[in-house]
Design a protein around this ligand. Structure first.
Ligand code: ZN
Length: 320
């Protein structure tokens, strides 16, 4: 299908305490902090970006941490679970790791043929580790606290909870280029045509569930990949033609974004792969300091006073 998306670019969620979020995603889950910056729409709040060693699209989980934010409520109109892909035969390692860190997790779960472990982040956001045979293309040889053979490789997919399934399914298949690959009970699985990494969207049809409320511990939006600004402009036309209300392209420094709400209520974004996270700091120093966009640099001193102090995780090291 012309212009079909290659899967998830990033997922953005709301958190409470920034340090707790940093510690959990880098320390417990072993993701790399690839950017420490501020929310461009509210610079008194951080914007944390986690990802793989290189911060590649398909691995990027971002957070707006609001200290003291009330907890949201998972429900319809939301992405209610985020799944990471881990190598086959890794779940034993992960359950042992979660147990040793005192992180409660659910019993063995299956997601169609895949084995999964379910747990929550410190704000209650539902996470899954899914054993999966596919692998990412090789990245730079840098490593974090989790041995490479078990490390999270990026997203496996997301689960959207919607009241009615058809219109969301229609958007995914007719406009975004996904295809229905499996269904069981009220769970419908969609994948990208080429089976790209991080290319799974499960839609849970929950006609009588309450509407979700976006606050701490909930996903704010899900972004899908597009190769560049030209393809993004074509997306914008296609989405408008499909009757969706799409924003103009917005420069997010590391990618360009357009946003729209899918018919089930979940906020979607289409983000360009380039320019990526090494556009404003060297690839081997990603996430090592607070980075501000040029227009906020004159306010750095004031912002550093307002933003809660955080301990930046140990930098990742080159292997060998
Ligand atoms: Zn986004």
């Amino acid at each position: 299908m012309e212009g079909a998306t290659r899967g998830i670019h990033h997922v953005t969620a709301i958190a409470g305490d920034p340090q707790r979020t940093l510690d959990f995603y880098t320390g417990a889950l072993g993701l790399r902090l690839v950017k420490l910056t501020v929310n461009y729409d509210d610079p008194r709040t951080y914007h944390l970006y986690f990802g793989d060693g290189e911060g590649r699209p398909g691995t990027i989980f971002t957070f707006f941490p609001w200290p003291g934010a009330p907890r949201g409520r998972g429900g319809t109109g939301q992405a209610t679970a985020v799944s990471f892909s881990v190598p086959e035969r890794s779940l034993g390692f992960w359950t042992e790791r979660l147990r040793s860190l005192g992180i409660p997790f659910g019993g063995a779960a299956t997601r169609f043929e895949d084995q999964a472990v379910t747990f929550s982040d410190p704000d209650g956001l539902a996470l899954e580790l899914v054993e999966h045979g596919g692998r990412m293309p090789d990245g730079p040889e840098v490593h974090g606290p989790v041995p490479a053979g078990h490390a999270i490789r990026g997203f496996h997919g997301v689960t959207l909870s919607v009241e009615g399934y058809e219109r969301t399914a229609g958007l995914l298949t007719e406009t975004l280029g996904f295809r229905l690959t499996e269904e069981k009970g009220n769970r419908f699985r969609f994948g990208t045509r080429d089976g790209d990494f991080g290319g799974i969207v499960d839609v849970l049809c929950l006609p009588s569930a309450p509407r979700g409320k976006v606050a701490a511990g909930t996903v704010h939006h899900v972004a899908f990949r597009t190769p560049g600004p030209q393809e993004q402009a074509a997306w914008r036309n296609r989405l408008s033609d499909a009757g969706l209300d799409v924003t103009p392209a917005i420069d997010r420094t590391y990618f360009r974004s357009i946003y729209f709400r899918e018919p089930g209520g979940v906020l979607f974004e289409i983000a360009t792969d380039p320019p990526g996270f090494s556009v404003d700091e060297p690839a081997n120093r990603l996430g090592s300091r607070l980075v501000l966009p040029a227009w906020l640099e004159p306010e750095r001193a004031r912002l550093e006073e307002i933003l809660p102090p955080v301990r930046i995780p140990e930098p990742w090291r080159k292997t060998g």
